[in-house]
Design a protein around this ligand. Structure first.
Ligand code: GTP
Length: 371
């Protein structure tokens, strides 16, 4: 069975983290997110994978090559301009060799049972099966209404409170019969939810929803990206954590050095060659990428730090993301959803708060931002 993974989006909601790195290559607990997805597919014996790409494809290609080192065969198909989700799959049609294919949004963290979903699709002789997941507040999503047999009856985009008839939303994994692609115009932007799927309903085609209540999260915003780390580190989804367990709830990569006076409270993941200096506190969930330095007396809590960043003495990082190769000087505080892009230098005494986003390669002089 072939799979198409949609990885062409610009990931605008995750900027500035996605300025240099496309969303699927963002690390989740120190491994590119897409590598987790590839492992998950291989675990379901899906080894023939087509990547439908547009934004920064070279970053993905350089890492995965032909896929052999990752136990899969990879085909890259790059769009000249964005074609959307349906258009992106239509664009890979020449590379499809079977009648049935899986399609994945490239930003979903899930343990959905693909074998069970495929059995469901075949039993119902569906043309399309859409994975569905329940959410607490359906008003922010596109809802998918089904009948008792799970045949889809209606798509409801961002409903008002009085329009809510279900809490099931499109979970971003699809099984398609190839023939449905004949309804998708070639070379034109089109989306599944607003184009192909409603059209198939109108024509009475068998379109089903497969509701699963396992783990599901899309990593599309900084808040959700942080939540994904919390959940992976807490074991809410069985995804491997790189490194070796060194003390209770703490994983460390090769040649990591932890000062004996540092305090680490798991779950904490440290990459290779990380140095944690005297009196530093790492309070999980926290993820620190390869080659980072966590300075003396600093405090890191519920934070993600990408590879090669230096955190100065007495800095405090709470519920925030710091990109790769940053220098965070002494006594800086970063908190409450703040995001610092790659290669920034944040001078001492700055306080970054309230979802502030600093674009890559910026230098903030000392004491420039103080809330
Ligand atoms: P935002 O800009 O933050 O909305 O992120 P995004 O661009 O990734 O869009 P969205 O989260 O809605 O996309 C869902 C999935 O579809 C992601 O895996 C995207 O990579 C993918 N995707 C979105 N637009 C395109 C496109 O035009 N072409 C292809 N091939 N994939 C796309």
């Amino acid at each position: 069975m072939q799979a198409v993974i949609l990885v062409g989006g610009e990931g605008t909601r995750l900027r500035p983290l996605t300025v240099n790195v496309p969303k699927p290559m963002m690390p989740v607990v120190n491994r590119p997110f897409l590598e987790h997805v590839v492992d998950y597919l291989r675990g379901h014996r899906i080894t023939d994978v087509i990547l439908s790409m547009g934004y920064r494809p070279a970053v993905i290609e350089q890492y995965f090559g032909d896929g052999r080192d990752f136990g899969i065969r990879l085909t890259y198909v790059v769009e000249q301009s964005p074609l959307g989700t349906a258009g992106g799959v239509k664009n890979v049609e020449p590379y499809l060799d079977g009648d049935t294919l899986f399609v994945f949004n490239g930003d979903i963290l899930t343990d959905l049972d693909l074998g069970a979903m495929l059995a469901f699709h075949r039993e119902r002789q569906a043309q399309v099966t859409i994975s569905l997941t329940p959410v607490e507040d359906p008003t922010a999503y596109g809802l998918v209404e089904t009948d008792a047999s799970r045949r889809i009856t209606q798509f409801i985009e961002k409903p008002g409170r009085d329009q809510i008839t279900t809490n099931l939303i499109n979970a971003g994994t699809y099984i398609l019969q190839r023939e449905v692609l004949s309804h998708v115009p070639a070379g034109t932007y089109s989306m599944f939810e607003r184009g192909l799927f409603p059209l198939l309903l109108e024509r009475g085609a068998p379109v089903y929803g497969y509701a699963a209540d396992g783990y599901w999260l899309d990593i599309g915003t900084p808040a959700k990206y942080l939540a994904a780390h919390r959940d992976v580190l807490a074991g809410r989804i069985a995804w491997p954590i790189p490194g070796e367990p060194v003390i209770d709830g703490v994983w460390a990569g090769r040649d990591a050095v932890i000062d004996p006076t540092a305090r680490l409270v798991g779950p904490v993941a440290l990459g290779d060659r990380v140095r944690v200096e005297a009196g530093a506190q790492l309070i999980g969930p926290a993820t620190v990428g390869d080659d980072c330095v966590i300075g003396a007396e600093s405090t890191i809590e519920d934070a993600i730090i990408w590879a090669g960043s230096q955190i100065g003495p007495r800095a405090t990082l709470r519920r925030c993301v710091v990109g790769a190769g940053c220098t965070i000087h002494a006594d800086v505080a970063i908190a409450n959803g703040a995001v610092v892009g790659d290669h920034c230098s944040i001078g001492s005494g700055n306080r970054l708060d309230q979802n502030i986003r600093v674009w890559p390669s910026r230098t903030l002089e000392p004491q420039t931002i103080t809330f």
